[in-house]
Design a protein around this ligand. Structure first.
Ligand code: FAD
Ligand code: FES
Length: 262
């Protein structure tokens, strides 16, 4: 993990309140799917870094793409950046998805919901390079299917299954409704999204006896394991503190769903 001053290469608006930004940064060379960058807003009243997942890494590993929703001061500041803006960031942070967990000949469901959709793209690109089988199952609020064309380019239209809250595209309902309604099969789950979706996937994977890796989102302060501001409850005890906690920023954000209480 390193601290770097990145330079914005481009910024585009993908949907209402959703932006995509490419940043030239050294952290790209080491980034794995499911890891995140901790980005420091420059405004004095927003001291803490904002964790944002790595959505894509450029082919030459010199830049990362982040896709984010504007929800407050930090992300609002990020949306004002233009080509050439300098960005202080730390990364790549966290453990990321272990693509080796998908055995040869098996198939993965890459499930993203809302602003948890972006990290599924780099995961899909990595599995594709490894020659592995996968399908995307993506949940959106409405017909603003941000990144849809990128997912189709990665996996083909037949391997991009959509659910929308308002029923305007794909299955009306959740990603689990889409899996059931469209008979989507897979051996293992990798997912990122809102907590209700992750809880539903934990139950679903237990019922189907599937392994599910879920990426958790917690408010973060230090981002490097020092403040314990981001702990989640685990089934097993931590070796050092002997409590049932894990730090999402270091031991996570990706956990085996069986190992966390959510
Ligand atoms: C590992 C990780 C990866 C993430 N990846 C992405 C991503 O790829 N794209 C993206 O848009 N967002 C992502 N987030 C969420 C993102 O970090 C927050 O939206 C951001 O920090 C908000 O900063 P802000 O200054 O704009 O909002 P603030 O002014 O700090 O807060 C505004 C509102 O957003 C809520 N909020 C702030 N942080 C979070 C959070 N972590 N989880 C839930 N609600 C929050 C606050 O409660 C408040 O209601 C990720 C978070 C984590 C922990
Ligand atoms: S944010 Fe400080 S320990 Fe995770």
């Amino acid at each position: 993990m390193k601290k770097d001053t990145g330079i914005v290469l481009s910024q585009t608006r993908l949907a209402d309140g959703i932006y995509s930004m490419w940043i030239d940064t050294e952290i790209a060379s080491e980034a794995r799917p499911g890891q995140f960058a901790a980005i420091f807003p420059s405004a004095g009243n927003t001291l803490l870094q904002r964790p944002i997942s790595i959505c894509e890494v450029s082919g030459d590993k010199s830049a990362i793409r982040i896709v984010y929703r504007v929800v407050g001061k930090g992300t609002n500041e990020f949306s004002s950046y233009t080509e050439g803006t300098k960005v202080e960031l730390l990364g790549p942070c966290g453990n990321g998805f272990d693509t080796e967990a998908l055995a040869e000949g098996k198939s993965a469901l890459l499930i993203g919901g809302g602003i948890g959709v972006p990290p599924m793209l780099e995961l899909g690109k990595t599995l594709k390079k490894q020659g592995k089988n996968f399908k995307f199952v993506l949940g959106y609020r409405n017909s603003e299917l941000f990144l849809y064309d990128d997912f189709v380019r990665c996996a083909g239209k037949e391997n991009v299954i959509i659910a929308t809250d308002d029923g305007s595209v794909g299955t009306h309902g959740t990603v689990v409704s889409a899996i059931n309604e469209q008979n989507v099969a897979g051996d293992i789950i990798f997912s990122c999204g809102p907590m209700p979706m992750l809880r539903a996937l934990k139950v679903f994977s237990e019922e189907k006896n599937m392994t599910a890796y879920i990426s958790l989102e917690e408010r973060m302060a230090c981002g490097v394991g020092a403040c314990l501001g981001c702990v989640c409850k685990t089934v097993n005890k931590d070796h050092h503190s002997h409590v049932n906690n894990a730090r999402v920023c270091v031991e996570g954000p990706v956990f085996d769903a069986k190992e966390v209480e959510i």
